[in-house]
Design a protein around this ligand. Structure first.
Ligand code: BG6
Length: 481
């Protein structure tokens, strides 16, 4: 169904995120007929660039990134878009923006693909308007670098808009696998009763990246893995696995349940035996190629103490989950890109078959987000022959091969939701606050004890201390991805 006519203003159109994700996603939507012919896309940036110069720049960027499908898709944007030179924070910004929007469709979406330090400058350009059919604001993560910075931004938002107009992005919620996770839990009878402390030994969530900091040192030096990944994607994945079934799929029902989880998280202990390990990549080899240490990357301080890896053990302190370790880890320059959630079930109360060997060799549910969207249920089956011997076997569901339609990029899904006015896959203000509260406490404790990140060789799964930490929680990291 094509979308109603809209005006979409992309702030930060010259930035990396816009070129890599947002503009290609808009291109794919335009190419598949989502946009009505009178919709307008306005790309706002500091430099004066014509529409064709702007497209040429995006095309050159995508060519360097080797993304041919995005290069083809952006050609579909031509009929819809124009550029505006906008110096946010400058004296003429508000008037320049108003002039660019003259005669455009009245539903205006402002997408802030900007560092959060610029969000208030953008808000200064907007008039107060509390009608979601006229004005919507999209805010990229992270919202500030701690709870108090985030509160300052939220105050500026609140002064002009209602909560129903604000789309706080966490692009992991746009991934097909996360929506499948909801379907798996809430559309099936068989898993939900087992997701409790009686049956689950532990839960692991991994988001591993093989990339390093790339060209983002300016941002990453300030952020680090805790603020960049844990505060958003990792905690949202955790909340989606651990939340109680909501009363409906309506946005606030989902958000209410996730919020309860976020508020019930135990802060990991920093002192010995630590429940958190921070690391920073040293030089090494990833996919057979030599890569430099983080401290030697462009724009990184030689004595940088920014963590590029973090793993920790927490607990969701609710009746359902009390006592079950939740192990989370994320890092850059790991051996490969993969993201998964592993739910490890307890062993049977009385083993009757020959021991299988190994810790927790029994039932496991693996929800893989990356590189493929897959679901795997590990069971034990008897091996052929006389012996009463069990071996792990898998029931696999590969979503791509099941549906045989290409999975849409997370940003495409999120953009359609923004344009249709659906808030369910976006964060509410109190969720972001709860996430900051958790991460701020961890950062504060690390700082107080003077913990600095342990080096790990690029191409490995982080500092060895992470293995010991998982073992103390009764788990092995699942490393096969
Ligand atoms: C972003 C982080 O939010 O997510 C990046 O800022 C990270 O540092 C990226 O690389 C990972 O996203 P994806 O979809 O590639 O797993």
């Amino acid at each position: 169904v094509p979308l109603c006519p809209f005006t979409f203003v992309l702030h930060g159109a010259a930035g990396d995120l816009a070129k890599r994700k947002i503009i290609p996603a808009l291109g794919h939507l335009a190419a598949t007929g989502y946009f009505s012919s009178d919709s307008v896309l306005v790309f706002a940036q500091r430099e004066a660039l014509s529409a064709s110069e702007c497209l040429a720049e995006v095309d050159a960027f995508l060519a360097r990134a080797g993304d041919d499908s995005a290069r083809q898709a952006i050609a579909a944007l031509k009929p819809y878009f124009k550029t505006v030179q906008l110096s946010l924070g400058g004296p003429t910004a508000k008037a320049d923006l108003a002039a660019a929007l003259q005669g455009c469709p009245p539903l205006v979406v402002h997408y802030a693909a900007l560092p959060s330090s610029r969000f208030t400058d953008l808000l200064d350009c907007l008039d107060e308007c509390r009608d979601p059919e006229r004005l919507r604001l999209v805010l990229e993560k992270p919202l500030g670098f701690n709870a108090s910075e985030s509160a300052v931004i939220e105050k500026a938002v609140e002064a002009k808009l209602d909560e129903s107009q604000v789309y706080r992005i966490d692009h992991y919620l746009g991934k097909q696998a996360v929506q499948n996770l909801l379907a798996l839990r809430l559309g099936n009878r068989i898993f939900e009763p087992l997701l409790t402390r009686e049956h689950v030994a532990h839960v692991q969530i991994t988001v591993a990246e093989d990339l390093g900091v790339e060209d983002r040192a300016g941002f990453y030096e300030q952020a680090g893995a805790l603020r960049d990944m844990v505060q958003s994607h990792m905690l949202q994945l955790l909340a989606t696995v651990a939340m109680e079934p909501p009363v409906s799929l309506e946005a606030n029902s989902l958000r209410d349940e996730k919020l309860k989880v976020l508020r019930s998280l135990r802060v990991p202990k920093v002192s010995s035996p630590a429940e958190i390990v921070v690391g920073q990549y040293a030089e090494g080899y990833v996919r057979g190629q030599p890569v430099p240490a983080y401290r030697h990357e462009k724009g990184v301080a030689e004595d940088s103490n920014t963590e590029t890896y973090v793993s920790f053990c927490t607990e969701v302190q609710t009746w359902r989950w009390a006592g079950v370790p939740f192990l989370l880890r994320t890092g850059k320059r790991m051996p490969k890109r993969f993201a998964e959630i592993v739910i490890q079930f307890r062993d049977v109360p009385k083993p009757l078959f020959e021991p299988v060997g190994g810790m927790w060799s029994g039932n496991k549910l693996i929800i893989q987000l990356q590189p493929d969207d897959k679901l795997e249920l590990q069971l034990l089956a008897k091996t052929p022959g006389e012996r009463e011997r069990l071996r792990p076997v898998s029931l696999d569901l590969d979503f791509f091969n099941t549906w045989r339609i290409p999975v849409r990029d997370a940003y495409e899904r999120l953009l359609t939701d923004i344009l249709r006015g659906r808030l369910g896959l976006f964060l509410r203000r109190d969720e972001v606050q709860a996430q900051w509260h958790f991460v701020d406490q961890i950062m504060g404790n690390l700082h107080q004890l003077g913990v600095s990140p342990a080096p790990y060789t690029s191409g490995t799964f982080g500092p060895p201390a992470a293995t010991a930490m998982a073992l103390r929680a009764g788990a092995f990291w699942s490393e096969d991805g």
